[in-house]
Design a protein around this ligand. Structure first.
Ligand code: ADP
Ligand code: MG
Length: 343
């Protein structure tokens, strides 16, 4: 005979958040991504980041965005509380990075989080401090503008997660990568990135993609970039790609975006690789930063909590469009090379 059933109960909210954190907060870089996205959603023009011990000691993001009202700070760290959507229709015409209302409570459940903020137009700043999912302190604070979030001791209360982290250097590099990826899609925003006390990156507002890439990619790559600018049926593929036979690069310079959102999309990747097929030398990889703009109703970003995967309504059509856009840029180059060889 089976043992009698255990009683069913609703889990305490701190535990619910910790479970949700398993999906949203994989490593320090995922925390930084969520905090940066919040700053961008708040229309920040300047974002200062400080990271210590690969993000395990500290991840701090300070912005000059819209801020949060003191009486809403507690809501901001409550699960499923968001200022970004109000109805299910909004889900299909998203204009913000966030919409799940899960990031802050998830992060706060696996760290010590302190958020200080002042709403635009007010002179009343306030802070809230959450430790392992429990609010431990809140009150008035001093802050000139915007929002500052400090995340300390990430995963100290989740030893299983700590074990999966790589070295400080590797986790730190991932944090920097996350910042660079977002910075490429927000050229007008000034990003500063500090590792300990050292300014590792100072990305001043740029007027074009190449300008900002120049601060991130080596000059040898920048010199050999081709422009992509391809329109079809209300879709737009734009950005830069490396000319074949110009670099022997690493595989990780494939920066892909859908509607300004960095994605790790297999279909997108395949379409780009496919376009380069037969044009690359052995151990040569395409280096690309490509931005696909599609009508919001044609793409679902609510596939994964980290929102790095997307689903297109017309997968084949999108594949063909990306491939075509890249091939066209490569063929243009081939035509130019051919013409200059004849000269
Ligand atoms: P989401 O971004 O999905 O709404 P979050 O948990 O990331 O959920 O944030 C909850 C809410 O807190 C946001 O909807 C927003 O109103 C507020 N918020 C968070 N970070 C900031 C920030 N840097 N500036 C202004 N408001 C913020
Ligand atoms: Mg968010």
């Amino acid at each position: 005979m089976p043992t009698p059933p255990s009683s069913i109960r609703i889990l305490p909210s701190a535990l619910q958040n910790q479970i949700a954190a398993g999906e949203v907060v994989e490593r320090p870089a995922s925390v930084l991504k969520e905090l940066l996205e919040n700053s961008l959603d708040a229309e920040a023009t300047r974002v200062q980041v400080a990271v210590d011990r690969g993000g395990q000691g500290l991840i701090q993001v300070q912005d000059d965005g819209a801020g949060i009202h003191p009486d809403q700070l507690e809501l901001a760290v409550t699960r499923h509380a968001t200022s970004k959507i109000a109805s299910s229709e909004d889900l299909f015409s998203l204009h913000s990075f966030g919409f799940r209302g899960e990031a802050l409570p998830s992060i706060a459940s696996v760290s010590r989080l302190r958020m200080t903020s002042i709403p635009t137009g007010s002179d009343m700043a306030a802070f809230i401090e959450v430790d392992g999912g429990r609010v431990v302190d809140q009150g008035p604070a001093a802050l000139a503008g915007g929002t500052r979030v400090e995340v300390r001791d990430l995963f100290v209360n989740v030893p299983a997660r700590l074990k999966f982290l790589k070295t400080t250097a590797t986790e730190g590099k991932r944090c920097q990568d996350v910042l660079c990826r977002l910075a490429l899609a927000h050229l007008g925003v000034h990003f500063e990135y500090k590792v300990g006390d050292r300014v590792a990156l100072d990305l001043r507002p740029a007027t074009d993609l190449r300008g900002r890439l120049g601060a991130i990619w080596p000059p040898t790559v920048i010199e050999n970039l081709l422009d992509v600018d391809y329109f079809r049926d209300g879709h737009h593929l734009q950005g830069v790609i490396s000319a074949p036979h110009s670099t022997q690069g690493q595989a990780d310079r494939m920066l892909l975006y859908v509607n300004q959102r960095p994605v790790q999309d297999k279909l997108f990747l395949r379409a780009v690789r496919d376009a380069y097929q037969g044009r690359l030398l052995n151990r040569e990889y395409p280096q690309v930063a490509l931005f696909l703009q599609v009508p919001p109703q044609e793409v679902d970003v609510n596939v994964h909590p980290a929102k790095s995967e997307v689903r297109f309504r017309d997968q084949q059509g999108i594949f063909a469009l990306i491939r075509r856009g890249v091939v066209q840029a490569l063929e243009d180059l081939e035509t130019r090379r051919f013409a200059s060889a004849l000269d």
